[in-house]
Write a protein that binds this ligand. Structure first.
Ligand code: SAM
Ligand code: SF4
Length: 470
């Protein structure tokens, strides 16, 4: 076990405030040179990000969006990875002022899923075609402890539906763990370990998290150091936009990513960009002083795509369908679909209503509807889980994620997993447009032998084979 230095300093607030103070509205030539650099796909530094955060003119924003689209398309092509969240418990001893699960919300029905309930939820998620899930819970050591959570992970992997499908990758989003706890988690079959810092601004953090273990800013911000020093490979970070000035938060998040890259040879595997949404009995989820409007939100996504081009960017169903659709072009590479944010929500096993949710959702379409519209937009819904299962993780994944290589592995795997979805779960119309998409996109695979191999896999999947990947 490797203990990290608890004095470690990750966020230099005065440096961020200085950058924000010094950086002014950039002129045409400055914007051109930053965006030209972004197109080289090597990322941007903090001063460049600070400059872009100041742009407001419609023509400059358009230039930024086009650059982000170029970066996204060059690195990720047309793939869009899909997943579903699985809430296993909404007990929580913390009191985050924006969250419907906070301890002081006495109106919410509480529930930790028993093994048979986990099985039912998993079957309902599989029925939607998902192969990758994100498991989450509140932080309450009596009602939803880690041992129970790890048993729930085993249970999910063991479930098989009538089509013979199983969940193939579980990512987790749970409380910050200690070094000792990571020594256990590293041997459990999970993909990415995610914790959102919520806000990187220390005083705001203090205000938003008045009691409970989460009130300790340092414990939370140092979690990825503890994780990477103790055997975890892929970590995910995020900001809950709306709690503090977005310009500060974006710079701090990049600073966090740089810190991880410098110290562990690999930055975050993913960045999430949730915005605060209304939640019951959660005073900080209403009338936000730092609310981020839709155009600014697009700017944030586009800047992040230019700044950390190889880091996956995740968008949830907190956002409405129309905005999600636009953000695919700006840099989002992973989306949730058909999400439920109450334990038992997929099976609607309990009499929970929408007020029992952790927060309100804005894209309430079924997974089938999301998948169809993604295909109509020309994107490939990908259910691929190959990299993590083949050990292409951490720095190895980042090396692989160079433009040409993604087309060699990820593109074929997105097509084979889409074919599996079409054969097993899609309606006739989705199947028709999905098959047309596969025929078009297969020609984008750069080498003949991999193209042929992919065709061979696709034919086998149509005949009933499963889980064929490169
Ligand atoms: N309880 C763990 C934690 O707080 O780290 C696990 C994650 S919690 C179930 C998922 C995330 O939901 C939180 O990190 C927070 O960013 C987000 N969240 C909470 N309340 C929200 C709200 N009102 N609107 C949008 N996102 C919210
Ligand atoms: Fe609990 Fe997480 Fe909600 Fe905070 S955000 S109250 S820790 S579930």
């Amino acid at each position: 076990m490797k203990k990290i230095n608890p004095e470690i300093k990750i966020i230099d607030e005065s440096k961020i405030f200085n950058l924000l103070e010094k950086s002014k509205q950039p002129d045409d030539s400055e914007i051109n040179s930053i965006l030209t650099k972004a197109r080289e796909l090597n990322g941007l530094n903090l001063s460049e990000v600070a400059a872009l955060l100041n742009i407001t003119a419609p023509n400059h924003l358009e230039q930024l969006f086009q650059t982000a689209h170029y970066v996204k398309d060059t690195i990720y092509g047309k793939r869009l990875v899909l997943f579903a969240p699985l809430y296993t418990s909404n007990y929580c001893a913390n009191n985050c002022l924006y969250c419907g699960f906070r301890a002081d919300n006495r109106d919410v029905h509480r529930k930790s899923l028993a093994p048979d309930e986990i099985e039912e939820e998993t079957l309902a998620i599989l029925e939607q075609g998902h192969k990758r899930i994100l498991m989450l819970m509140g932080e309450d050591h009596r009602e939803c402890n880690l041992d129970l959570f790890y048993k729930q992970i085993d249970k999910v992997y063991s479930v098989c539906d009538i089509k013979g499908s199983q969940i193939r990758r579980i990512n987790v989003e749970i409380q910050p763990l200690s070094e000792e706890e990571f020594q256990v988690l590293k041997d459990i079959k999970i993909g990415t370990y995610t914790v959102f810092q919520e806000t990187y601004h220390r005083n705001t953090y203090k205000m938003m998290h008045p009691t409970g273990k989460k009130s300790n800013y340092d414990w939370r911000i140092q979690v990825m150091d503890r994780a990477l020093a103790n055997g975890m490979h892929d970590v995910g970070i995020g900001v809950l936009f709306g709690l503090y000035d977005y310009r500060f938060e974006v710079l701090a998040m990049i600073m966090h990513a740089e810190h991880l890259e410098q110290n562990y040879g690999c930055g975050p595997h993913t960045i999430s960009v949730p915005r605060v949404k209304p939640a019951k009995n959660a005073p900080a989820s209403q009338n936000l002083q730092h609310q981020v409007d839709d155009l600014t939100f697009k700017k944030i996504v586009a800047i992040l795509r230019c700044a950390v081009p190889y880091t996956g960017m995740i968008l949830s169903t907190r956002e409405p369908a129309w905005l999600r659709t636009e953000l695919f072009d700006m840099g989002i590479s992973q989306i949730s679909a058909g999400s439920k944010t109450t334990p038992g929500g997929y099976k609607q096993a309990f009499n929970f209503d929408f007020e029992d949710a952790q927060f309100s959702l804005n894209d309430c379409r079924t997974s089938g509807e999301v998948i169809k519209s993604v295909i109509e937009q020309g994107y490939i819904p990908s259910f691929c889980t190959a990299c993590y299962r083949l050990g292409r993780v951490g720095a190895d994944f980042m090396d692989l994620a160079k433009p040409g290589l993604i087309k060699l592995f990820c593109l074929p795997n997105s097509l084979t997993t889409l074919m599996e979805y079409l054969v097993d779960y899609a309606d006739e119309n989705t199947k028709k447009i999905g098959l047309e998409l596969i025929e078009r996109e297969i020609t984008e695979i750069p080498t003949e032998n991999i193209r042929n191999k992919t065709r061979e896999f696709l034919a086998k999947i149509e005949q009933g084979s499963k889980d064929l990947y490169l």
